[in-house]
Write a protein that binds this ligand. Structure first.
Ligand SMILES: [Zn+2]
Length: 129
């Protein structure tokens, strides 16, 4: 299935780029953003394994079942403490939101596309000349 992974491709195209993830790890696009000016969390794709973020994510076709993808998201959110105060239904809804956001984004871009985000806006890098 198509998912998003951390990539360093096109890092540096934007002056404020950062990449604290592990290359190729699964990332999501749903983020609890702070309101600190210049923080950069509004531009990041959080990594499920590293719990760090990157400003560049790539659409890939990975050999992972939707159930395993869902479990990867749930496990990461749980490890980071996001599920601590939620009941089962609320936790499922939060995981659903992450899964459906990734599916929505991947449904609009071809495999290999490098994406960026700012808030709820997602776009791909212009192709190099
Ligand atoms: Zn922030």
């Amino acid at each position: 299935m198509k998912v998003l992974v951390a990539t360093r491709e096109t890092q540096g195209f934007d002056r404020g780029d950062y990449s604290h993830t592990v290359e190729g790890e699964l990332v999501v696009a749903t983020v609890a953003e702070c309101d600190a000016a210049g923080c950069g969390c509004d531009r990041g794709f959080p990594g499920l394994a590293s719990h760090r973020a990157t400003t560049t994510a790539q659409v890939v076709d990975l050999d992972i079942s939707s159930a395993d993808f869902r479990e990867a998201i749930r496990g990461s959110l749980d490890d980071q403490g996001w599920l601590r105060w939620l009941d089962e239904r609320e936790a499922d809804e939060l995981v659903d939101e992450h899964v459906s956001t990734v599916a929505f984004i991947c449904g609009h871009y071809a495999v290999g596309t490098v994406l960026r985000r700012r808030g709820t806006r997602i776009w791909c890098e212009p192709l190099a000349a």
